[in-house]
Design a protein around this ligand. Structure first.
Ligand code: C2O
Ligand code: CU
Length: 479
């Protein structure tokens, strides 16, 4: 790892004058032969982001944009990203969902020293498993400031699921500092910690309806970095099939997504192919991705809607208009019942494209998700970093049984590995292959099975940034 970590400023500048600013392209000889290298440069720095006409968000971003630039390669190529830290704090980048060697996973203190202000780090890994992924800072709450972006690995053989694609990168918009938001939430959920006493700690964070205590004060939702109420129309042509790559980069918002007048055909979950299933809407947790294909078989003007799964108001309203038409004059302000009463995607609907499945034989480990004392969030009663390391042998099969004993959803994400969902009715490992799974509130239960085949120090955590920060995380050691 050291040869990647210690890129000095001089050689960095030499590279940046070549092709790093945009897409670089080179060929290098790797252990398994020659691979084309897709090279990018990401500069983490303060930026002013125009989220809507007359509204500027002063935050931190990669290359001055939210989301950051698309990182893209074709299966069989290699991705190299030079991170340059122009922030006043240390930072790292994590490649969410991409199975890669442990030293490239971007975990401060576990896989690398965080990149100091003024420093650089070179991430390099093979693009071997196609899919829709994303990348984000893995330091503190930096993700909620806009340090995130899309990453796509295209299959070597085109899948032919659509004629063209449209990225729908969802986010929740916090115009203020996430650290301030966290302090405000702590003042409500754990008054004992703020005032010196211990009152009320046992109920921390989990009480129903206490949304001000459980969510930062979001001022709206973003689609592709634009405020959801200020989006340009997406023009479509009758007869075409459009693939939507939906990424939920939100720090704390589960989104519902739907398109009026159209079915969504889910083709990929967390980038991995599934047997196609038609739905009217779907929920997508933080860190999850869905690819859906839409047959544009209508005429006129329709609306792609997204926004908090817990709100009747869709915060993201994106006009979808057939050639030459105008968006309808009155934008939708409430989720239409045609979508909310229609078919909503359930994990039980998802099976791998190749039908692969089998009996469960993994070592069973139950992971109970709860609200802990003093605003903490716990796995089996322990809040990271005061929590046991989960250790697995290389090649071991494990069954995680997630059990949610709290009042909020938890999208649980495992680093460095995929897992497969278990059908709890049959006990068979027959569901989607994913890396993030939303465990519903109030006794929600999801079982997954995985093979610990990637050695190193990884993390398992809730992808609600504030839950993670308050302890709903474990170090996972493989090998
Ligand atoms: Cu996107 Cu540790 O996660
Ligand atoms: Cu959570």
């Amino acid at each position: 790892m050291s040869f990647l970590a210690s890129l000095d400023r001089r050689s960095f500048l030499k590279q940046s004058t070549s092709a790093l600013a945009a897409l670089g392209f080179a060929r290098i000889a790797g252990a398994d032969g020659e691979r084309a290298v897709r090279e990018y440069r990401l500069v983490a720095a303060p930026a002013d982001i125009p989220v809507a006409p007359g509204r500027v968000w002063s935050t931190w971003a990669y290359n001055g944009q939210v989301p950051g630039p698309m990182i893209r390669a074709t299966q069989g190529e290699r991705i190299r990203v030079v991170l340059e830290n122009q922030l006043a704090e240390p930072t790292t980048i994590h490649w969410h969902g991409v199975p890669l060697p442990n030293p490239m996973d971007g975990l401060p203190g576990l896989t690398q020293e965080p990149v100091a202000p003024g420093g650089t780090f070179v991430y390099e890994f093979d693009a071997d498993v196609p899919g829709t992924y994303f990348y984000h800072s893995h330091v503190g709450l930096q993700l909620d400031r806009g340090l995130l972006g899309p990453l796509v690995i295209d299959p070597a053989e085109p899948e032919g699921v659509a004629d063209r694609e449209f990225l729908l990168f969802l986010d929740d918009w916090l115009p203020t500092s996430p650290d301030d938001a966290m302090a405000a939430m702590m003042a409500v959920t754990a008054p004992g910690m703020m005032g010196g006493g211990m009152m009320g700690g046992g109920m921390g964070g989990g009480m129903a309806g206490a949304t001000s205590a459980t969510e930062p004060p979001y001022a709206g939702y973003l689609a592709n970095g634009r405020l959801g109420t200020a989006l340009d129309a997406f023009a479509v042509t009758r007869g075409e099939r459009v693939r939507l790559r939906i990424v939920n980069g939100s720090a704390a918002t589960t989104h519902r997504v739907g398109l009026t007048g159209h079915k969504l055909t889910v083709t990929h979950a967390d980038g991995q192919r599934v047997a196609p299933v038609d739905v009217d809407s779907l929920l997508i947790g933080m860190g999850e991705r869905y690819d859906v294909a839409v047959r544009m078989e209508s005429t006129g003007a329709w609306t792609l809607l997204a926004g908090s799964a817990d709100s009747a108001v869709p915060g993201i309203v994106l006009p979808v208009v057939y050639g030459g038409q105008q968006p309808s004059a009155a934008p939708i302000t409430v989720w239409p019942t045609s979508l909310t009463r229609g078919k909503s995607l359930s994990y039980a609907d998802l099976a791998p494209f190749d039908g692969h499945g089998g009996p469960s034989s993994g070592r069973v480990m139950t992971l109970t998700l709860s609200a802990g004392a003093n605003g903490t969030w716990t796995i089996n009663g322990q809040a990271y970093p005061n929590a046991e390391v989960l250790r697995f042998q290389l090649g071991e099969r494990i069954r995680f049984q997630f059990r949610n004993m709290s009042m909020l959803r938890h999208p649980m994400h495992l680093h460095g590995h995929f897992f497969q969902l278990i059908d709890r009715a049959t006990g068979r490992v027959s569901g989607a292959v994913k890396d993030t799974v939303t465990v519903e509130a109030m006794m929600g239960a999801v079982d997954v099975e995985w093979v610990a085949d990637n050695p190193g120090r990884w993390l398992l955590h809730c992808h609600h940034a504030y839950h993670m920060e308050m302890g709903m995380m474990r170090e996972v050691v493989v090998g």
